[in-house]
Design a protein around this ligand. Structure first.
Ligand SMILES: [Zn+2]
Length: 89
């Protein structure tokens, strides 16, 4: 969504966004909180590299408000996740 608006026209996702997406998926996979994972903004463990973190924030700033209309289910899930408390056991 972000890529199409900001980096298009052209291949979507572009190389940068594809790499960022892959990195994010990797991090989520490796997240030690699994099901109790809060949204990354509230997480106690900052597993993203600082540069990647900035890029993700830029994407979220753009996509967050727009997700309500285009992906309401995901947006609601994201809001609910915000209230989770990260626990490891
Ligand atoms: Zn892009």
């Amino acid at each position: 969504m972000h890529c199409r608006a900001m980096h298009g026209p052209g291949a979507v996702p572009c190389d940068d966004c594809a790499a960022l997406l892959e990195y994010a998926m990797d991090r989520i996979e490796a997240c030690r909180f699994a099901d109790s994972k809060p949204t990354c903004a509230r997480c106690t463990v900052h597993c993203y590299r600082p540069t990647m973190r900035e890029q993700i924030r830029a994407v979220m700033r753009y996509s967050g408000p727009r997700m309500i209309s285009s992906h309401p289910y995901l947006a609601v899930r994201h809001l609910l996740d915000r209230h989770k408390t990260p626990v490891t056991d």
